[in-house]
Ligand binder design. Structure first.
Ligand code: GRF
Length: 204
């Protein structure tokens, strides 16, 4: 029996955060984890192709006009079949149903490219840039019923430089995302934390 903790990844796009997690596992930084399935709602997502190249289970479950509950039920079944311990949303561009969230309590993480609660939703880096903030960053959080809202596990900051545009800022944030996600996964998989209200508190 494998003693690894089993990760399921959900993505819709290029999958650079997924690849950073895979790299962390391969390099021993996240040695206790194993990616057991990568699921995408987009059959042509580059992240799904990258998963196949790494010989991982890569599954397309297209939404194609189906009701959210029905689509989610198929994803839940797939995650259950692969006995995942933790689900990592990595650029998954669909809201999860209440049932999905209730099925995996405190077992779904998301990464968002802003310092929440500032700039939830789409184009967070552009929102931050347009607002004129001087510090930006990313947030890894548990997923709850509200968009980009659940309990925060960790955040990383970057400066906004005078010469930036939204793209250079997004690239600086993305570098930190790639570090933050594996760190957050490691912390959560360790089980050494408790949640007090909205606060994630590490415990020894
Ligand atoms: C990242 O910026 C992530 O924070 C957001 O979606 C983007 C996904 O990028 N949720 P990638 O597909 O992981 O490269």
């Amino acid at each position: 029996m494998s003693e690894h903790q089993r990760l399921g990844i959900l993505l819709s796009g290029r999958g650079s955060n997924f690849l950073a997690i895979a790299d962390a596992i391969a390099s021993g930084k996240l040695a206790g984890a194993k990616i057991v399935v990568v699921i995408s709602n987009k059959a042509d997502a580059p992240g799904l192709a990258a998963a196949r190249e790494l010989d991982l289970n890569a599954v397309a479950i297209e939404a194609c006009g189906r009701k959210r509950a029905e689509h989610d039920a198929e994803i839940i079944a797939c995650l259950r079949k692969h006995e995942v311990d933790l689900i990592c949303l990595a650029g998954y561009m669909r809201l999860l149903s209440q049932e999905f969230i209730a099925t995996f309590p405190q077992r779904i993480l998301n990464i968002h490219p802003s310092l929440l609660p500032a700039f939830p939703g789409l184009d967070a880096q552009q929102q931050a840039f347009d607002y004129g903030v001087k510090v930006a960053g990313c947030t890894v959080h548990f997923v709850d019923e509200q968009l980009d809202h659940g309990v925060i596990v960790l955040q990383k900051t970057v400066p906004v430089l005078d010469g930036d545009d939204a793209h250079t800022l997004a690239a600086r944030i993305l570098e930190q995302e790639h570090i933050a996600y594996s760190e957050a996964i490691e912390r959560v998989l360790s089980g050494k934390f408790r949640i007090l209200g909205r606060r994630y508190l590490p415990q020894n």
